[in-house]
Design a binder for this molecule. Sequence first.
Ligand SMILES: [Zn+2]
Length: 242
Amino acid sequence: MECGFSLRSISRSTGVSRSTLRDWREYPEKALNRASCPRCAENPAPPEPQSDYAYLLGLYLGDGCISRAGAKEKEVWKLRVVCSDAWPGLIRECERAMRSIRPENKVAIQQKPGCVEVSSCSRHWPCLFPQSGPGRKHMRTIELQPWQRAIVCAVPGHFARGLFHSDGYRGINRIRRHLADGDRWYEYPRYLFTNESSDILRLCGETLDLLGVAWRFSRRNAISVARREAVARLDEFVGPKY
Ligand SMILES: [Zn+2]
């Protein structure tokens, strides 16, 4: 810094510690990255907007993955969410949420057989999604950090939307009733959320509780929302895939 101010005076006027300032002087790219990532900032803040973050967190926990992009020393990570070709609206919504949370990073859309991979590379995916780590999600503990919990509690509908858009489904269930004058078929809409991680299932259940949506386990690895008023309530936040 050749502008005549001492680190001490800059530190005093900005509140940024001298060691951090020294670090930024030596590695200017760090300063840029810090400035743009709310979790790396001197005073970490929740990512904004919280609605987009909660939605993307749901997509990531449901069916996304974070892996290293390029050489180890580059410390760049790729967030990937795979969306079926059948739901173009979901592809757009995923792309929009990624762009919203990391506006400086490009979002790539790649066509694969029957599906589209939406991805974005950043150094900050692991700080934004600290649940990332080696191995499959259901083989490790998935726990939200307090700041993530606060976001989910503030906008549970957006988190549920992300979960159901990735690993969930709203479909028509057909059941047969045996009546005196013969069998009759009934159809009613219901939601299913399927995941192999008991931690992620628990998060889904807790979020439905927050929304006042009745649910139950229909299988070991599946949450079902089938009561008429519960489906109607969840429709306010999720709705059919599109
Ligand atoms: Zn960061």
